[in-house]
Design a protein around this ligand. Structure first.
Ligand code: X8Z
Ligand code: ZN
Length: 596
């Protein structure tokens, strides 16, 4: 189906192509076209070399692979950050009025890429690449231990999911924070180096450089994130109260003001799963295989009309946990890679058959299908990116949300046909496990802490105190015991190390996924957004593909507005959960709400 769609779009997209944009191109446009054909070709070639080397290093951590990754990282920076490219792009942008919109977007993206390693200061760039490689290596090879015995991150998560012994939970939770001290010294250096490259390109700091992808300043992004927390706070306070009573009952403890972090199944209290028994679908995954999990994920997308993943995805991906006793060390956090910006797409995961990995697999394939959709001639390599980074995170989140709904799970035989879903229970679980507490972690703790270290230069001897201040004030969570500055609990979160100043994109993705879902459920499927089924609906696929295939060729606000009729807003999310507010108020009658 998409080949027909693509042909129609190709005709419509001529105005995007430099050669067809003007009857006679301006001299500036001709110069830009020549420049960008070289810049795109070099960018793609080095992107491929670099991703290949990073892939090998992350899936098999050895000193040799680290050395190769470092060399490739430097080679990519030598091209992308070349002063001649920076100067030419800047000069061309002074002729903006004579250039077409696509060209301007390519030039701006080239400058954003250059800012990651500006070779106007080669020594700084070399030190950054070396420090990034080292940090990745420490992170990806870290061995967690409980009572001197190694424990995998899947085992940590499984234990936190199942144990009702608070002493055991505390020991596991504390073990999961052991990577922080190992990662802190080099993170302190990286803070300077990341800020250094941003400043080299006249950004105030690294956080500001990263949010520039949205055309926003750091303050504007922080304000947006704060506005989301402000609208969702009444619901969060009710959920927090409900959850702390539920957990106190589960663990036979007095009701606390703030929730102890080791009472929650997630290591960072970012998602509150397993609290709603009637919505716990884990048992339906126990007789499934890890292969089934990822294949079912792919089937969601092919059902919508997307073509299957390329054969190389299955040959080259690294999808399953290492066998016990394996000597190889690999990163255990899920990711998806567009190795050559064409059709070499791979995913790194450690899938096990449970609901956690089921949703994560759908998330990763969202990246994969986004890569696939914009890998076409009309989208230059420099713009083979999401409309904004949060769009990339949001697509898989949308499909994970859709794949969690009862009618879908029944239609695929995952839940029995006669399964009687308790609507309130599922809505409550949606809120706790996939949406509301997550915003307070993503928009709150993560984003504010990173803004503090990059944009406000928070001294390293205050890093852990500041982390816990945000966890406490914004999430209403407290550590099981005091956490001094010997710890660096923020650094136990993968992204702090290898995807810095990025996490607000997941908050964006959460808000955005409800806007897309609301549109799909109401305007395309004509079903209740809280209980609907996208399975095999080609109209949904066509509508989604229309967003994905654009990549970064259009402004994200325009793409969102054209697709949904709205600007970015918590409207759909708040409406989705509206029935919960009064239900929770009823359940929480007479209880102390919040933690102030
Ligand atoms: O990191 C991820 C993905 C990879 S892009 C698995 N996520 C965030 C996290 O795990 O912290 C997905 C949602 C939040
Ligand atoms: Zn992702």
């Amino acid at each position: 189906m998409f080949s027909i769609l693509c042909r129609a779009v190709f005709v419509g997209a001529f105005s995007l192509l430099p050669a067809f944009a003007f009857a006679v191109d301006s001299p500036a446009q001709e110069r830009a076209d020549r420049f960008l054909s070289l810049a795109n070709a070099g960018y793609q070639a080095l992107y491929k070399v670099n991703s290949e080397a990073q892939w090998v290093a992350i899936t098999d951590v050895t000193p040799e692979h680290d050395a190769a990754a470092e060399t490739a990282g430097k080679a990519a920076a030598a091209f992308n950050g070349n002063p001649a490219l920076i100067n030419e792009a800047r000069d061309l942008l002074t002729h903006k009025a004579e250039l077409n919109e696509l060209t301007v977007r390519e030039l701006n993206q080239l400058l954003l890429n250059a800012a990651e390693g500006p070779m106007t200061n080669p020594d700084l760039v070399a030190r950054r690449v070396e420090a990034e490689t080292k940090q990745a290596s420490i992170l990806n090879s870290f061995e967690f231990k409980v009572d001197g015995r190694s424990i995998t991150t899947n085992q940590i998560d499984d234990k936190l999911n199942s144990s009702i012994d608070l002493n055991e939970r505390k020991a596991i939770w504390e073990a999961s924070k052991e990577s922080g001290p190992a990662l802190k010294p080099n993170l302190v250096r990286l803070r300077e180096l990341r800020n250094g490259v941003a400043k080299e390109m006249k950004y105030p700091d690294y956080f500001s450089l990263e949010v520039a992808s949205y055309g926003m300043s750091a303050d504007e992004m922080l304000k947006l994130q704060e506005s989301w927390m402000a609208t969702l706070r009444p619901l969060y306070l009710q959920l927090h109260t409900w959850a702390k009573y539920k957990l106190a009952e589960k663990f036979h403890q007095p009701v606390p003001k703030k929730i102890p972090a080791h009472w929650i199944n997630n290591r960072w209290s970012q998602e509150w799963t397993g609290l709603v028994e009637a919505a716990n679908i884990d048992k339906y995954f126990t007789d499934r295989s890890a292969e089934w999990v990822i294949k079912t994920g792919e089937q969601f997308y092919t059902g919508l009309g997307f073509t299957p993943l390329p054969a190389t995805f299955w040959q080259r991906s690294d999808l399953y946990p290492l066998p016990p006793g394996s000597k190889r060390k690999k990163n255990t956090h899920a990711s998806c890679w567009h190795i050559d910006l064409q059709d070499d797409i791979r995913s790194l995961q450690s899938i096990e058959p449970n609901s956690r990995w089921f949703f994560t697999a759908h998330h990763e394939l969202g990246h994969g299908y986004y890569f696939k959709a914009y890998s076409r001639l009309e989208v230059p390599y420099l713009l083979r990116i999401g409309a904004a980074p949060g769009f990339h995170e949001g697509i898989g989140e949308l499909i994970a949300l859709a794949s969690s709904q009862v009618p879908y799970l029944q239609s695929r035989g995952i839940l029995p046909a006669d399964f009687k879903g308790d609507k309130t229970a599922f809505l409550l679980d949606d809120a706790l496990a996939r949406s509301i507490p997550f915003i307070f972690f993503a928009s709150g703790t993560m984003t504010h802490w990173e803004a503090d270290i990059y944009a406000r230069h928070l001294p390293p001897d205050q890093w852990n105190a500041r982390w816990w201040k945000y966890v406490s004030d914004l999430q209403g969570i407290e550590p099981p015991a005091a956490r001094g500055e010997d710890f660096c609990d923020a650094a136990t979160k993968t992204h702090i190390n290898d995807n810095p100043a990025y996490y607000y994109n997941y908050a964006f993705a959460t808000v955005f996924k409800f806007q897309l879902h609301d549109y799909i459920a109401r305007k395309i499927l004509h079903q209740d957004p809280r209980s609907c089924n996208y399975a095999d609906n080609k109209e949904v696929g066509t509508w989604l593909n229309n967003i994905l295939k654009k990549g970064g060729t259009e402004d994200w606000r325009k793409v969102l507005k054209e697709a949904t009729g709205e600007d970015i807003s918590t409207r759909a999310m708040a409406e989705y959960f509206r029935p919960l507010q009064s239900w929770l108020e009823e359940q929480n009658k007479g209880r102390q709400i919040g933690w102030e």
